[in-house]
Design a protein around this ligand. Structure first.
Ligand code: NAD
Ligand code: UDP
Length: 316
């Protein structure tokens, strides 16, 4: 049995990954500073003998004995990573540096949760891993995009210099239960707005595209990447591409077709299109998503409905 360290384990993706590992009988250490993560996401494991919880900030070094490091700690939503952009850049650089140092000391394999944002506002569509991206180094998204790019660089330099066993997942937009209701990302925004009977806010003309992967598919991809032989980078995402307007229409049709769509300014440097090429994941990992947006939205809407009902009952 391996000891797994999941940084950012109290967050959206980290907590689903922890569920998978715990259910597989593994030993898990969850490390988080609770910036965007919540204890309730991992509450069910808190007194379990194979589970430990550590409040820690990855920008500080830590000594632990572990076999596998899943390095997810970093805010993922633009409103959160732009709250303190210098801290975001520090989390990406110093956090990854510290986790690589730990991996080197104990001989652990490390998987970095990188992002499709390393492609920036792409001129090549859909994006293969070989595409080097079109990133603005001085824009409001740079703390995150460039932060993840240097994190990838660090992983490869540790691999080349120290023979470190690394894996890089370039994760495309992923959604599902446990996203924060005030997360600011588009799927959670639209669902929460629709459940509250509010207009759905489209930024720009809504013609920009994204490809949405359901969280269970993504976790399966991460597991296959960690257990496989490829360092990557490997794109993990759903290649079904949707305009944001189409997403709004889908959410609205599931909850209340009479809701209004309203238009707000497009945020700076918002990528026009994004869709993964997943040939590498298909061929090297035998992975591809299986949950359609229609199916995944159903499960996500149900979970948000329970969260909002609970909030209403508690008067929050
Ligand atoms: P999230 O915000 O829900 O989770 C991030 C977690 O990291 C939170 O629990 C937060 O408290 C923790 N954290 C942040 N800074 C920290 C620090 N300095 N020290 C310790 N813990 C810290 O986001 P998520 O969607 O679960 O994303 C997880 C990872 O996956 C991130 O690295 C993100 O960049 C990457 N990713 C996610 C998506 C997506 O669509 N969800 C897409 C691309 C990449
Ligand atoms: N978006 C939107 N309305 C919202 C939130 C987001 O139209 O309420 C748009 C946003 O401008 C972007 C897309 O939806 O074009 C995806 O945004 P998100 O923040 O979810 O992810 P990212 O831009 O990081 O891919």
């Amino acid at each position: 049995m391996n000891i797994h360290l999941v940084t950012g384990g109290a967050g959206f993706l980290g907590s689903h990954l922890i569920d998978w590992l715990m259910e597989a009988g593994e030993e898990v250490i969850c490390l988080d500073n609770y910036f965007t993560g919540r204890k309730c996401n991992i509450e069910r494991w808190i007194s379990h003998p194979r589970f430990e919880l550590i409040r820690h900030d990855v920008t500080e070094p830590i000594k632990l004995e572990v076999d596998r490091i899943w390095h997810l700690a970093c805010p993922a939503s633009p409103i959160h990573y732009q709250t303190n952009p210098v801290k975001t850049a520090k989390t990406s650089f110093l956090g990854t540096y510290n986790m690589l140092g730990l991996a080197r000391r104990v001989g652990a394999r490390l998987l970095l949760a990188s992002t499709s944002e390393v492609y920036g506002d792409p001129e090549i569509h859909p994006q293969p891993e070989s595409y080097r991206g079109c990133v603005n180094p001085i824009g409001v998204r740079s703390c995150y995009d460039e932060g993840k790019r240097i994190a990838e660089t660090l992983c490869f330099d540790y691999k080349r210099m120290n023979g470190l066993d690394i894996r890089i997942a370039r994760i495309f937009n992923t959604y599902g239960p446990r996203m924060l209701i005030d997360d600011g990302r588009v799927v959670s925004n639209f669902i929460v707005q629709a459940l509250r009977g509010e207009p759905l806010t489209l930024y720009g003309d809504g013609g920009q595209t994204r490809s949405f992967c359901y969280v269970s598919d993504l976790v399966e991809g991460l597991i296959k990447l960690m257990n496989g032989e490829q360092s990557g980078p490997v794109n993990l995402g759903n290649p079904d591409e949707f305009t944001i307007r189409r997403l709004a229409e889908l959410v609205r049709s599931r909850i209340d077709p009479s809701l209004e769509l309203i238009y707000k300014p497009l945020p700076e440097d918002d990528p026009r299109q994004r869709c993964p090429r997943i040939d590498t994941a298909q061929q090297a990992l035998g992975w591809q998503p299986t949950v359609s947006l229609e199916q995944g939205l159903g499960a996500t809407i149900d979970s948000f409905r329970s969260v909002l009902n609970l909030e209403m009952r508690s008067g929050a």
